[in-house]
Design a binder for this molecule. Sequence first.
Ligand code: PHE
Length: 348
Amino acid sequence: MSVAYDRGELDSYAEDAVRRIADAPDLAAVDRVGTEVLGKRSLLALAHRSLGTLDPEDRKSAGKHLNDIRAQLEAALESRRAVLGEADQRRRLVAERLDLTEVLPGRRRGHLHLVSRTQAELEDTFVGMGFEVAEGPEAESDWYNFEALNIPPDHPARGMWDTFYLELGDPGAVLLRTHTSPVQVRLLESRQLPIYAVMPGKCYRRDTADARHLPVFHQIEGLVVDRGTSFADLAGTIETFTNAYFGSAIHARLRPAYFPFTEPSAEFEITCTICRGSGCHTCSGSGWIELGGCGMVDPAVFDALHIDPEEWTGFAFGFGIDRLVQMRYGLADLRVLTENDIRFLTQV
Ligand code: PHE
């Protein structure tokens, strides 16, 4: 189809197009009108194609006219887009606004953090198994955190715990506990035996936060001291706990390890809760996830506390609560637990 160049017709076409652009209600409509008035099948394009039929003088002025119209329509499109884009952003800001002070009647105003909730569930599980719950201080002396646990100053095993020291008393005397094991010592010091206890709480290590580490994290420690306690009791307790907490599809296994305060020592792993053991990204394909350490209480610890290792034996374990939360809820990055993003907190 060819259209003869008609200046008057094109002027009113341009006027009409400018009006339609200004009336476009949203960005999609602007694009639609834009294609119609400037596209290959628009009157403008057809007129352009007919220029060849004009004699050279007319062709020049007609060409300039068409280019002016094109420039005018492009400018109109651009300014309409700018106006709508701004309105759109304003609307989004209002729609996605979070009023953190807003109280909705009849709605809960908050809930426990995932880590606190998990800690409470763990306590319940162990209480159901006959354990009591105990706590100890987060600022500890070197003696409780290390020495009484058979880790004297300069013991190479101290390197296992990168420690924050507090400027309190003698240099190096007071620190932020690097694990919950010092609470074992406090219990052994102050309680009548036998002891069946779990000890949850915050721990601190000089670690840079990354997907799997936080410098402030949570552990739950377990301690059993009784007459005739054996390694089989330790293994059975961990398996019983795992089944009670995760269900019978998840199993625990022990692998040899070293801790100065237990002998023999082990690391315990559970079936990866994300892939149920078949191997996935989170467990690096092994099907197992390391939860923590455990072992039979070393006689050296009993000696330091004047407990007769001939009469009493015991076992201890300790594992990371945040790691457990990460696994149970499939969190790719542990740091979401501390960022306090309201969208994450209300989701869980
Ligand atoms: N306290 C150890 C740690 O944090 C874990 C552990 C606890 C190991 C109890 C053995 C017995 O690394």
